[in-house]
Design a protein around this ligand. Structure first.
Ligand code: VG1
Ligand code: CO
Length: 543
């Protein structure tokens, strides 16, 4: 075993997006591509030397090779101990938890989340810091800058190690432990939720269905839902992780998990139907005859969380990303606790969580989590709902209806225009941004624009400022349009149009989101000059 220093040249495209570096597999497979980025991280995080490092991924194609590369480079860069999930699997929240509990100096998460996998699919890597949170904007910028003039990296030439068998190894002076991917995470869930109440609820004949979509949460769901809570084995669909996710698109929403909506709205539906995404941080929640939008899920969990063992002392505060519906704001108001509005991306929640200012946070993109981790957590959200059902004796439908009757309903949709040319996307954003000041006071269908601006976030904890975080057109409490460009895509540009409309408890609470938002959607398309600037007349994806 020797450590070798390899000369390399920089790639110009290693700028991480909303959640790490995501590219096509063929881009990552270029010589030195992964190595350059990994070395840039080691160069920017000197505290990894002599420390513990967590490594795991979502199990997609290229995961296993990438893990061996990261291990060989970790050994060469002086890491003392690497902890790797068996078979190379760690869900994003489980990795975050391990980093925290092992007091690791950081973790490498090999994931492109829900993006399709396989030789023609996507791959990704993200670095989480001590404490388990995502790398800050500042660190992300430093890593990118380093990747732009990297000229060498170091790597051990040790043979690949067996990541499928639990056990210990050494690579150079580094100790490697292959650990059970689920155990610590399952213990964490037991400390937060009332497993006995959930078991009793299932024993009474209530049924759940959870789809792991052949991605990373399969082993977690089988262990926790089936082995520990006593759900039937058939309750877990897609429970075996596959390198190509079975050819599917593990992005749980009404389009890519249509079959779950069909199940929920069909005869004999289970009481709770749920799914998670490729890396286990997203969640989708449905009940018999009802889909719970992520913004509603955040608000409803906020209203009920105090019923659950880990949250008996109540919530310190709630945070949501700016485009996420303002449903949680009403609950925060009722509970008399702060509500923070952050930019899109989980990294912006981490300071608030570390400073103990919030207990619960969420995003419209099917992400919810609490202070137990520094990532969004799909199975946590599913267990939280399951526990709320067991503790309250109510159905999902009853919880939602009562919530709307008390707080009113925030109808919500996100319209994605995918694979636009970068020029068209920029033109749309530019023209809208320029016109924003002129929109205030103008009427927008039935509403009047009260505020129109580009969102800037001032982090209350470290004082950092993040500008250009999306354009918003607000019609007081009643309606809102948000427009931003995706930072996770790997092909062309994706424009996201977020639509929200509030209906008070006295109004019509039983509309479909599509009908409730039709007028706002048409106004939003006009305001963005979508057809004129991109030729598109309809979104490619509505979630
Ligand atoms: C999207 C979502 C954002 C989420 C991010 C990572 O980002 O909108 O809310 O935090 O994905 O989630 P963007 O920039 O494409 O809108 V995941 O599950 O892909 O790690
Ligand atoms: Co994800």
């Amino acid at each position: 075993m020797t450590v070798r220093e390899i000369a390399t040249t920089a790639y110009s495209d290693q700028k991480p997006g909303t959640a790490g570096l995501r590219k096509k597999v063929r881009v990552f497979a270029q010589p030195h591509y992964l190595e350059n980025f990994v070395q840039s991280i080691f160069d920017c995080v000197p505290t990894l030397r002599g420390a513990t490092l967590v490594i795991g991924g979502d199990g997609r194609y290229h995961n296993r090779e990438a893990i061996q590369t990261v291990l060989a480079m970790a050994a060469a860069n002086g890491v003392a101990r690497a902890v790797v999930g068996q078979h190379g699997l760690l869900s994003t929240p489980a990795a975050s938890h391990l980093i925290r509990t092992l007091d690791a100096a950081g973790g490498f998460l090999l994931t492109a989340s829900h993006n399709p996998a396989g030789p023609d699919g996507d791959f990704g890597i993200k670095f989480n810091v001590k404490g388990g949170g995502q790398a800050s904007e500042t660190l992300t910028r430093q890593i990118h800058a380093q990747s732009q003039h990297i000229h060498r990296y170091v790597i051990s030439d040790a043979a690949a190690i067996d990541i499928d068998t639990l056990g210990s190894h050494t690579v150079e002076a580094m100790q490697v432990e292959i650990i059970d991917s689920v155990e610590a995470y399952a213990e964490l869930m037991q400390s937060l939720f009332d497993f006995e109440a959930m078991r009793a609820w299932l024993r009474q004949g209530h049924r759940i269905c959870f789809d792991a979509m052949h991605a990373v949460t399969g082993p977690y769901a089988r262990r926790i839902l089936v082995e520990q809570l006593g759900a039937r084995a058939e309750a877990v669909l897609g429970g075996v992780p596959l390198e190509d996710f079975g050819g599917g698109h593990p992005d749980p929403n009404l389009v890519y998990a249509r079959h779950l909506a069909d199940l929920a709205f069909g005869d004999d539906a289970p009481d709770l139907i749920a799914a998670s995404d490729g890396d286990g941080d997203r969640n989708m929640i449905l009940g018999r005859g009802i889909f719970i939008s992520p913004g509603d899920s955040l608000a409803m969990l906020a209203a009920h969380l105090h019923r659950l063992p880990g949250y008996r002392s109540g919530l310190r505060g709630i945070a949501r990303s700016m485009p996420t519906s303002r449903a949680a704001d009403r609950v925060a108001q009722a509970l008399n606790i702060p509500l923070h509005e952050t930019p899109t991306g989980w990294k912006f929640f981490c300071n608030l969580l570390d400073a103990d200012q919030i207990t619960l946070c969420g995003e419209e993109s099917f992400g919810t989590s609490s202070a137990h981790a520094r990532e969004k957590d799909g199975l946590w959200a599913v267990l939280a709902w399951l526990n709320v059902l067991a503790a309250s004796g109510s159905s999902v439908q009853q919880i939602a209806t009562r919530h709307w009757q008390r707080f009113g309903r925030h109808y919500y949709q996100r319209h994605d225009y995918e694979d636009l040319s970068h020029e068209a996307a920029q033109a749309i954003m530019h023209q809208l941004q320029t016109r924003l000041p002129t929109l205030v006071g103008q009427s927008l269908g039935a509403w009047t624009v009260s505020q129109a601006d580009s969102f800037t976030y001032h982090d209350p904890v470290d004082g950092s400022v993040a500008g250009d975080q999306g354009l918003r057109i607000i019609c007081a409490d009643e309606a809102r349009i948000v427009v931003r460009l995706s930072g996770t895509g790997t092909q062309g540009a994706t424009l996201r149009l977020y639509l929200e409309r509030y209906v008070s408890p006295q109004g019509d609470l039983a509309q479909t989101p599509e009908a409730a938002l039709a007028e706002l959607a048409a106004r939003a398309r006009d305001i963005c000059q979508l057809e004129a600037l991109s030729g598109r007349t309809a979104p490619t994806l509505v979630t």
